[in-house]
Design a protein around this ligand. Structure first.
Ligand SMILES: [Zn+2]
Length: 125
């Protein structure tokens, strides 16, 4: 099974406007990448779930040089690595000014014609 096929439920989630992650049905561990088997218990019963979208910023990068022409109009933009409350970690675009440790809420946004996770500061409540 190819990586693209493995992560297809994630891509389909983006198309449907939901962020998804994989969790082991055997031991409950949330997976950080789409996998064939759980690294904790070896189970191949990994199932996809929707994320609530809330989490904490683990890393922030400001991109000043676009990786491809399609992204050039967006620079500078912010990429963030977010530890989601479900226990998994997701990379996405972020609002400018996000800092490590900040609580954020993610949704699916469109950037350069692609659907990507986008994280913004979590408001009160
Ligand atoms: Zn497991």
């Amino acid at each position: 099974m190819s990586v693209s096929r493995l992560s297809r439920p994630y891509a389909e989630g983006l198309a449907a406007g939901v962020l998804r992650y994989q969790r082991c049905a055997g031991c409950g561990q949330a997976q950080r990448l789409a996998r064939h088997a759980c690294p904790a218990c070896g189970s191949t019963d990994l199932r996809w779930h929707d994320c609530a979208g809330t989490g904490t910023v683990a890393a922030v990068t400001e991109v000043r040089r676009a990786p491809a022409d399609a992204w050039r109009a967006l620079v500078p933009y912010t990429l963030v690595l977010v530890d989601l409350d479900e226990g998994t970690r997701l990379m996405g675009h972020g609002a400018a000014g996000l800092v490590i440790g900040q609580r954020v809420s993610g949704r699916v946004d469109e950037a350069a014609g692609q659907r990507v996770p986008h994280f913004a500061p979590l408001g009160p409540g």
